[in-house]
Ligand binder design. Structure first.
Ligand code: ASP
Length: 323
């Protein structure tokens, strides 16, 4: 008999609709408790409500709680796969945090729902079923942490929520999903070319994320100088460029040896140092920023939080982000 560890953390998948007001809110008993045993014969599901949070309330320390539970499962050696249900708003951040910090011999799959279980066409139960099937698949091992939503399998590193309400919200820009769940069949079509794992026992740093815009100046950078920040990620313009008026503030942060990581605010493609004009990627690189090709701003922030715990120098940070 196979064994799946099913960790519930909250989110719409755990909520129901107030029939009077239409508001979606946490319900008493997790609505999936009564479904999860129905999916497979010869399957034991060990179900735990490890957190009960709407995902905008989830913090890196909650992510660490999930990571520690998965590590304990690995040490116990009794589990064939783990499925984590999670609110979709920050699901991609928790998924990537686990991808970078957990190295289990069994698949780890995150899923959620865009519609509560009592809404017409709710996706929660089918997403859970597909996530369990994926976690049971032999092919799902050694593929990093996976996100299964709307019959697609995505790698945690690149998946992102793209729509506020549509059930087809999770997408992987640039590469697409790495597999699909078609009825009962789990099929993979791609695999990432490398995986990375870092040991982490705490998250003690404060890393902020800024989005750039036309006409941006140094106001926000100057404001950060008064705060106790350990790192900054900027979603820069296009391939990785900033307006010239941001440079005075940016330079002051760099002079304080605060690592500044550049991603793109564009939805698709990778950030690179291409342009040599003032504030262009080449200029920013000369000033000492770190480029994170391929990562979104929120993923780069999770990575920087974890790397800051490794006590690396700026050359090592540069090298790791370049991968
Ligand atoms: N706001 C909800 C959450 O992230 C959305 C969802 O779960 O789909 O908790």
């Amino acid at each position: 008999m196979k064994r799946i560890l099913l960790l519930h953390t909250g989110g719409t998948i755990s909520m129901s609709t107030d029939q009077r007001t239409g508001a979606v809110k946490p319900s008493g008993e997790h609505p999936l408790h009564k479904y999860s045993h129905l999916f497979e014969e010869n399957l034991q599901i060990i179900e735990e409500d490890i957190l009960q949070l709407p995902s905008p309330h989830v913090t890196p320390s909650d992510m660490l709680t999930i990571q520690k539970r998965l590590e304990r499962a690995e040490q116990d050696g009794q589990i064939d796969g783990a499925v984590i249900t999670h609110g979709t708003d920050t699901l991609e951040e928790t998924a990537y945090f686990l991808d970078l910090t957990v190295n289990t011999s069994f698949p780890v799959v995150l899923t959620g729902a865009m519609r509560p279980v009592d809404e017409l066409g709710s996706d929660g139960i089918s997403n859970l079923q597909n996530a369990i099937w994926t976690a049971l698949s032999n092919e799902a091992t050694d593929k990093g942490v996976l996100v299964v939503m709307n019959e697609e399998i995505h790698s945690a590193r690149y998946v992102t929520k793209t729509h506020t309400t549509n059930v087809a919200t999770f997408r992987t820009p640039t590469f697409g999903p790495i597999g699909i769940v078609s009825k009962h069949e789990v099929r993979f079509f791609q695999k990432l070319v490398f995986y990375e794992h870092y040991p982490v026992n705490q998250i003690s740093s404060n890393v902020c994320l800024l989005k750039s815009y036309a006409g941006m100046d140094s106001t926000l950078f100057e404001a950060l100088l008064d705060k106790d920040i350990d790192g900054l990620v900027i979603e820069a313009l296009g391939a990785g460029n900033l307006p010239p008026a941001t440079l005075p503030g940016l330079k002051k942060l760099l002079e304080r040896n605060i690592p500044v990581v550049i991603t793109s605010r564009a939805f698709n493609g990778i950030a690179q140092d291409i342009y040599a004009y003032t504030g262009g990627g080449k200029h920013l690189k000369e000033l000492g920023v770190i480029f994170a090709p391929g990562l979104s701003g929120i993923k780069a922030r999770i990575k920087l939080l974890i790397l800051l715990e490794q006590k690396l120098d700026s050359e090592q940070l540069n090298m790791i982000f370049r991968q």
